[in-house]
Design a protein around this ligand. Structure first.
Ligand code: FDA
Length: 307
C-alpha cells in the first residue's frame, strides 16, 4: 500500500522541499542518480560501456513551469551530446527524454515540446545515435505519440515507451510493432486511476506478457524494460520462438537496480542497455524508484534516523 502514497508525494511541492533538504538524502539518491553534471557522468559512461553495457541517458527533470526551463532542458541534452561526440560511442549511448521537461504541460506545450526536442533528436542523429521518448502519465500520451510520429518522418529510429498497466497499450503496441520502430515496454511507474489502468501486479504482469508477444512477433525492435526475472526469461523464450537473434531486441534496466544482472545478461551475449539518470532535479525520478520498492523507503528513513 505504500507505493501509491509515495507516488502521490512525488507530485507534492511540500514533500519535494522537505526531502530535497534532508541531510542524508544525497547519499541515498546517488544509488539511482549517480551524478549532477555532464562532468560527473562522463566517467560513468566510460566505465559502463567498457564493461560491455549500452546506455540510455536521462537528464532528470519534469513538471517545469516556464518556457525558459524547457529550453534549458534542451540545452542540457545538447551539452551531453556534444561530449558524447568526442567519445565516439555511436548508438551504444542513446538519450531518453521526458516531454514534460521540454514544456509539454505549458500553454502551447505540444508545439513547444516538439520544437525543443527536435534539435536534440537531430544532434543525436548527427553523432550516430538516437532518442527514446519516455512515457509519463496517461494524460500526456496522445501528445507524446503524435510527437513521436512527427519526429519519425525525418528520424525513423526515434523510439518511444509504452506502459503495460494501461488498457490502451495493447492497441498502441499493434500500431507500433511495424518495421523500423523501436519500442520500449515497461510496466508503468505513475499513479493511474482504475478507469485507465490495471491496479493489481498479476494483471499488469499478464498484460506485459501479452504486449511483449505482440512486439516480439512484430517487425519492430523491442526493448524489454524490466528487472523482473520472470519477465526476462519469458522475453528470451518469446524472442526465440519469434526467431529473433540476440541483436534483434534488447534488455533495458535502470542504473542502481540489479547491477549484477546487467553484467550477466551482457556476458551471455544479450544487448543490455542501462537507463542512467543524472542532474539536479532528481526528486520525481527518485520518488518513483522508492515507490517501486518500499524497502528502498525503509532504507531511506533508517539512514535519516541514524544521522
Ligand atoms: P517489478 O517492480 O516487479 O520489479 C522486479 C524486481 O526488480 C523487484 O522484485 C526488485 O528486485 C527489482 N526492482 C524493481 N524496481 C526496483 C527499485 N526501484 N529499487 C530496487 N529494486 C527494484 N516507467 C514509465 O512509466 N515510463 C517510462 O518511460 C519508463 N522508463 C523505464 C525505462 C527502463 C529502462 C526501465 C527498466 C523502467 C522504466 N520505467 C518507466 C519504470 C517501470 O515502469 C517500472 O516502474 C520499473 O521498471 C519497475 O518494474 P519492473 O518491471 O522492474 O518489475
Amino acid at each position: 500500500m505504500l507505493g501509491p502514497v509515495i507516488l502521490a508525494a512525488s507530485r507534492s511541492d511540500r514533500m519535494r522541499r522537505l526531502i530535497s533538504a534532508a541531510p542524508v538524502t544525497k547519499q541515498v539518491v546517488d544509488r539511482f542518480i549517480p551524478g549532477e553534471s555532464v562532468d560527473d557522468i562522463v566517467p560513468i559512461i566510460r566505465d559502463l560501456t567498457a564493461r560491455g553495457l549500452e546506455l540510455t541517458m536521462d537528464v532528470v527533470g519534469e513538471d517545469i513551469t516556464t518556457p525558459a526551463q524547457a529550453e534549458a532542458a534542451r540545452d542540457a541534452y545538447l551539452r551531453l551530446i556534444d561530449r558524447l561526440e568526442d567519445m565516439e560511442l555511436g548508438e551504444r549511448v542513446e538519450m531518453s527524454v521526458k516531454l514534460s521537461m521540454f514544456g509539454q504541460a505549458l500553454d502551447g506545450g505540444h508545439d513547444m515540446a516538439l520544437a525543443n526536442v527536435r534539435p536534440v533528436v537531430e544532434a543525436a542523429a548527427a553523432i550516430g545515435t538516437t532518442v527514446t521518448l519516455d512515457a509519463e502519465d496517461h494524460t500526456t500520451l496522445d501528445s507524446m505519440f503524435a510527437i513521436h510520429e512527427e519526429l519519425r518522418r525525418d528520424f525513423p529510429q526515434t523510439g518511444c515507451v509504452i506502459q503495460a498497466y494501461l488498457f490502451r497499450t495493447e492497441a498502441d503496441a499493434r500500431r507500433l510493432a511495424a518495421a523500423g520502430s523501436r519500442v520500449r515496454l515497461v510496466k508503468g511507474a505513475y499513479k493511474e486511476p482504475a478507469e485507465v489502468a490495471y491496479q493489481q501486479k498479476h494483471e499488469i504482469d499478464k498484460a506485459y506478457v501479452r504486449i511483449l508477444r505482440i512486439l516480439m512477433e512484430g517487425e519492430g525492435y523491442p526493448m524489454v524494460g524490466s528487472h523482473d526475472p520472470r519477465l526476462i526469461s519469458i522475453a528470451q523464450e518469446l524472442a526465440h520462438r519469434a526467431g529473433r537473434k540476440p541483436d534483434e531486441y534488447e534488455f533495458q534496466m535502470l542504473y542502481g537496480i540489479r547491477g549484477d544482472e546487467h553484467l550477466r545478461l551482457a556476458a551471455q551475449g544479450h544487448r543490455m542497455r542501462v537507463y542512467t539518470a543524472y542532474g539536479t532535479d532528481w526528486y520525481g525520478y527518485f520518488m518513483r524508484r522508492l515507490a517501486e520498492k518500499p524497502a528502498n523507503l525503509r532504507f531511506f528513513v533508517r539512514s535519516m534516523l541514524s544521522k
